[in-house]
Write a protein that binds this ligand. Structure first.
Ligand code: CP
Ligand code: NVA
Length: 308
């Protein structure tokens, strides 16, 4: 049984196979209507539970549609409406769900919840975002980069903003797919030390550059994300905005990247905060391809988990 908990805890070869499979499935659909099923129905007869303890648009809908395209069925569950939200243990929830469903995807707060679910479930568990990482997103992002620009290996990727959960999965991807990752942001919002250690151990040390212009110079890909994540206290909003404003991705900053640089944002975005609308809707931006590729990448992740 294979869980998909994080990019750094999945075999490098399996990650590459997932990206290739995602691209092949996308190509095979060849633009057919979204509600139609794939020719292959590898999830026929399978039931997938999608559990959300936080809001979601992309993750929820792309998993739901992906399962249906592959012939399976879903149940979308709110953590608050389950006994999980009223004191039942994660371990007991995992054991019970395993009697009903074939696969569990969970979006939660604490990473410990995800890990406990995986430890006690008899079926595969997929990480749909925790406070600490967001691996499905970055699988879609690697797929999107390669679709537009070829292999991501040895490319210069620059993250401007908060060293958050999405950044963490980018750091894992840097180690696994072999690209150079630069973080630019205020020291108070630096990524976790663990991710510096991980990347150094993989021979792809993270670069920190406080000056966003210097950081972005020569970039193949510029990425940002919201300045206030779902798990951050709203009381931190004003302070974070003040600290992060110099790291806004705008047209002036993008001019320092390579001419053919791509711009990514996992969405949802706060337009004209972390990135301007001119960049989000401009020629470098591939944000809606990223969103689409969540669907294809996650279909490949589910096939990997279920071995189908
Ligand atoms: N990018 C992403 O995970 O979006 P949602 O929060 O809408 O699922
Ligand atoms: N960093 C953001 C990502 C949302 C998809 C959050 O955790 O809220």
């Amino acid at each position: 049984m294979k869980h998909f908990l994080d990019i750094h805890t999945t075999d490098t070869d399996d990650l590459r196979a997932i990206i290739d499979s995602a691209q092949a499935m996308k190509t095979a659909r060849n633009g057919r209507p979204k509600g139609t099923k794939d020719d292959d129905q590898p999830l026929a007869g399978q039931m997938v539970a999608l559990i959300f303890e936080k809001p979601s648009t992309r993750t929820r809908i792309s998993f739901d549609v992906g399962v249906r395209q592959m012939g399976g069925e879903t149940m979308v569950l709110s953590g608050a409406d389950m006994q999980l939200g009223h004191g039942e243990t994660i371990a007991d929830t995992a054991r019970v769900l395993s009697r009903y469903v074939d696969l569990i995807m969970i979006r939660t707060f604490e990473e410990a919840t995800l890990l406990e679910m995986a430890e006690h479930a008899d079926v595969p568990v997929i990480n749909g975002l925790t406070n600490r990482t967001h691996p499905c997103q970055i699988m879609a992002d690697v797929m999107t980069f390669e679709e537009h620009r070829g292999p991501i290996a040895d490319k210069k990727v620059v993250w401007s903003g908060d060293g958050n959960n999405v950044f963490a999965s980018f750091a894992h991807a840097a180690g696994q797919f072999g690209f150079d990752l630069t973080f630019t942001g205020p020291e108070t919002l630096d990524p976790e030390k663990a991710w510096f250690d991980y990347c150094a151990g993989k021979g792809r040390p993270l670069t920190v550059e406080r000056d966003p212009v210097k950081a972005v110079t020569g970039a193949d890909l510029v990425v940002t994300d919201t300045w206030v994540s779902m798990h951050d206290p709203q009381s931190a909003r004003e302070r974070r905005h003040n600290q992060l404003r110099p790291y806004q991705v705008n047209e002036a900053l993008m001019k320092h990247a390579k001419d053919d640089a791509l711009f990514m944002h996992c969405l949802p975005a706060h337009r004209d905060d972390e990135a301007t609308s001119a960049v989000m809707d401009g020629s470098h931006s591939v944000i809606f391809d990223e969103a689409e590729n969540r669907l294809h990448a996650q279909k490949a992740i589910m096939r990997y988990c279920l071995g189908v």
